[in-house]
Write a protein of this length. Structure first.
Length: 203
């Protein structure tokens, strides 16, 4: 009879021990399914054909791509110097980082692993925007940090980025109004400046 309580306490500890992995797994699922607030901000300078730089600054939108991270947005351009007066033009910037770019967290300059484009339109009256212009150049990784659980299956895109500070230095070359190459009206935009991503647990 004296062995009964001892066996009962052993069984209780075994039961509690078996519940720990289950509780940890549930906590992981809750963390994975919980929303994450992501803040993306650009502070770019856009210079067309060597003219004075305009500022493309403000919040951007980000989403998980199929195999990486898509960042972009349309912002009204402002003069490049304080007091940042707005101009009647809007710039749309898009940047896609693939999984190879996101997995390499080492600081440094990269010329591959990303696709960027730029488009501009007038805000004065009707009119078509300028053609979507592909961009080439380099991106300097100043900071690229992933959350502790980002190595788990299914973590991708914004879910795999806790913080990122990137310095872009791009040239975007496109056709002019006639949409033809070699006619002398091609346009070149130089885009440079920082992009910042901050992610955290949401409600």
């Amino acid at each position: 009879m004296s062995r009964g309580p001892i066996l009962s306490s052993h069984m209780l500890w075994l039961l509690l021990g078996s519940l720990v992995p289950v509780l940890l797994f549930l906590d992981y699922l809750v963390g994975e399914s919980g929303s994450r607030e992501v803040f993306l901000r650009a502070d770019l300078r856009v210079r067309q054909d060597g003219a004075s730089a305009l500022a493309l600054a403000g919040p951007l939108v980000g989403e998980a791509a199929i195999d990486g991270l898509q960042v972009g947005g349309a912002l009204q351009l402002t003069e490049g110097r304080y007091p940042w007066r707005p101009v009647a033009r809007e710039g749309s910037f898009s940047l896609r980082l693939d999984s190879s770019f996101l997995k390499n967290a080492q600081p440094g300059t990269r010329t591959q692993g990303f696709v960027a484009s730029y488009q501009e339109r007038s805000l004065e009256g009707p009119g078509w925007p300028a053609p979507l212009t592909p961009c080439r150049g380099r991106i300097e990784v100043i900071e690229l940090a992933a959350p502790l659980w980002s190595g788990q299956p299914g973590a991708k895109g914004l879910a795999a980025v806790d913080a990122a500070v990137l310095q872009v230095d791009l040239l975007c070359t496109g056709t002019g109004p006639d949409l033809l190459w070699g006619t002398g009206d091609e346009r070149v935009w130089a885009i440079e400046g920082p992009l910042e991503v901050k992610a955290g647990a949401g409600g």
